[in-house]
Design a protein around this ligand. Structure first.
Ligand SMILES: C[S@@+](CC[C@H](N)C(=O)[O-])C[C@H]1O[C@@H](n2cnc3c(N)ncnc32)[C@H](O)[C@@H]1O
Length: 269
């Protein structure tokens, strides 16, 4: 069954590449990341996709981003009693299965049907220690997304994750998503990551050269989120940002509203 889902070719390369980067990092004793579940998905990664991030900082960025988000999430759980975690573009993320997770914090994962069908096969929701619900939805369809999320999160304190997602959405879709998720729960933190146009272009070119083209988008405007009522409370640089001039002081970059390659924690109260 899982082989049939992969053979149909509708699981995006990006979901596999993320699992592959995490599985390789987990095998490396010098790496901080431990995601023993990633190998289940990485093993199914089609050969044509495996070379996409070769000769790029792509895999290092994925692993650094995952470690940063694990830390931000653990800090948030330690500070606040989060009721619901909404994971947008959840892909093969296994956090509720591999991290210390608050017993009362339910999880809602959103992604396309082929991704979640494969995940149901390899990592059944029922095997998590907390309730995990998987919703099939195109995240560009924000009317459907809000119809799904609002009744499930009303009156709840939420954290929203969007790891590795926004770079696959054009600016207008990110703005629409920011507005849609601003209505989730009675209050929310939103942890997401952005890439600069330069980084997005170089990863797009690398994927084209590898024969598995991905279309990536840079997002540098904090106003994209602020216009929807989000305030940036934390910004952590990704390794690709450390290589660019744009990263000359993450706080300076954020205050001038030009975002470097980074993980953000936004808040709406
Ligand atoms: C780079 S992967 C990251 C997956 C996951 N967040 C993780 O860290 O393992 C991006 C994910 O976003 C999902 N995605 C991208 N565009 C989407 C859309 N328009 N609707 C639903 N999911 C989308 C892909 O299917 C993929 O699983």
């Amino acid at each position: 069954m899982s082989a049939d889902i992969v053979a149909a070719g509708n699981v995006p390369a990006t979901a596999f590449l993320t699992a592959l980067a995490r599985a390789r990092a987990t095998d490396d004793p010098d790496n901080l990341l431990r995601d023993p579940i990633a190998a289940r998905f990485a093993e199914l990664c089609p050969t044509a996709i495996r070379g996409v991030t070769r000769h790029t900082a792509g895999a290092a960025v994925v692993v650094a981003r995952t470690v940063l988000i694990d830390r931000m999430l653990a800090e948030l759980f330690a500070r606040e009693s989060v009721d619901t975690c909404v994971n947008l573009g959840a892909g093969f993320d296994a956090r509720p299965f591999r991290m210390a997770w608050p017993a009362h914090c339910q999880v809602i994962e959103v992604d396309s049907a082929p991704v979640l069908d494969l995940k149901d096969e390899l990592l059944p929701a029922a095997t998590a220690g907390v309730p995990v619900e998987r919703l099939r939805c195109d995240l560009r369809d924000t009317d459907r997304l809000t119809a799904l999320l609002l009744p499930r999160t009303a009156g709840r304190l939420c954290v929203i994750l969007a790891e590795g997602l926004l770079t696959y959405l054009p600016q207008a879709s990110v703005g629409a998503l920011a507005s849609a998720v601003a209505g989730v729960g009675m209050a929310a933190d939103w942890i997401c990551d952005v890439l600069s146009p330069d980084s997005a272009r170089s990863l797009t070119r690398a994927s084209q050269a590898a024969g598995a083209p991905l279309e990536m988008h840079g997002h540098t405007q904090l106003t994209l989120f602020e216009a929807a009522g989000w305030r940036c409370e934390q910004l952590e640089l990704l390794p690709s940002a450390r290589l660019t001039k744009a990263a000359a002081g993450s706080r300076a970059a954020a205050s001038s509203q030009l975002l470097p390659d980074s993980v953000l924690r936004l808040r709406r109260r």
